[in-house]
Design a protein around this ligand. Structure first.
Ligand SMILES: [Zn+2]
Length: 325
């Protein structure tokens, strides 16, 4: 499983740089954990949107391997509480809101993947906490060397889930083999129906009968690592948007085109200018088009888009129902 970085920038600009505190170049990628086991990923982002002046980071990882970028990189941050705030290229927070070991394992791989990617971007190698100014640094190391606060994250949090400091170092150097993220199955404008098993929206709202038995149009595609899905969709069912996980959707079966017919003997119709051939195959001469005719007879056909042909008085020719109006 590879990763998509969701962008939800809630920190305006690059505060550390914009305020003249941090000066480039920025060569450090910092590793943190949130120290909050109760806040969800979205809760963390929402909190940050209101409290970034008191501290901010650039990326949040968790929720089974979800990655959200919350601030721009390459401009310092308020993340370690010391002068290395002004060296921050990127600062990654690992959400401690972990459900179980499998959840942790997935998120941990995303954390390692992201740390290596950001190290690549800022010109750092993968040696954790070495003595180069440029590099990947834990908050713990920043604090221990006088460049941070008194925080020691993410060491204890990782250890709690079975990752020693040495293991973290090894994993940063070796990385994991990550396959690319699968592409979204549907795109905006696609018509879909719910699967038989579909039960509730991404947010847990149960589908009503009207939605279960009708079809909808995709209005929005979102990245969402949830349950068995990598994407969720904003689906328009009769004007109301429902957020549905990819696993609950299938393409709407193609609809047979509605056949044209239903004319009555005696009815007066106009032969359309778009008509090209009589039902019997001969080309229609131009002079016959755009004129009115009384229908002399009708017959059932299954031809082109028509289920009926009409015999036009005057020209005594059979026209397909689609060619008259
Ligand atoms: Zn920290």
């Amino acid at each position: 499983m590879g990763y998509i970085i969701e962008r939800n920038i809630v920190v305006p600009g690059r505060p550390a740089l914009d305020n003249g505190l941090a000066v480039g170049p920025f060569g450090q990628t910092h590793l943190h954990s949130t120290a909050n086991e109760n806040a969800t990923m979205d809760g963390e982002v929402s909190y940050l949107s209101r409290n970034w002046p008191n501290g901010y980071y650039t990326h949040l990882v968790g929720g089974g391997g979800r990655i959200i970028q919350v601030a721009e990189t390459n401009g310092g941050a308020f993340d370690v509480g010391g002068d290395w705030n002004w060296e921050t290229y990127a600062a990654i927070e690992f959400s401690e809101n972990i459900k179980n070991q499998a959840d942790f394992n997935k998120s941990y791989r995303a954390y390692i993947w992201l740390a290596r990617k950001l190290a690549d971007e800022c010109g750092a190698n993968y040696d954790l906490d070495d003595n180069d100014l440029v590099g990947i640094k834990t908050h713990n190391f920043a604090s221990r060397t006088g460049h941070g606060s008194d925080h020691t994250d993410p060491i204890a949090f990782l250890a709690k889930w079975g990752i020693s400091y040495q293991q973290l170092k090894n994993d940063l150097i070796n990385g994991f083999d990550e396959a690319p993220v699968p592409a979204a199955k549907f795109k905006v404008g696609d018509q879909i129906v719910l699967t038989k098993e579909a039960y509730a929206t991404r947010w847990g709202t149960k589908f009503n009968n009207a939605v279960k038995t009708s079809w909808g149009t995709v209005r929005k595609v979102d990245r969402a690592a949830q349950s068995k899905s990598q994407y969720s969709y904003g689906i328009d069912f009769s004007g109301r948007i429902w957020n549905v996980l990819e696993q609950d959707l299938i393409k709407r079966p193609s609809q047979p085109a509605k056949k044209v017919g239903g004319f009555k003997v005696g009815q007066v119709v106009t032969l359309k200018s778009s008509a090209s051939h009589w039902q019997t195959g001969q080309p229609i001469k131009n002079f016959a088009k755009n004129k009115q005719y009384k229908i002399k007879s009708v017959k059932a056909v299954n031809q082109s888009n028509s289920n009926q042909a009409v015999l036009l008085e005057g020209v005594i020719s059979w026209a397909l129902a689609q060619d008259v109006k």
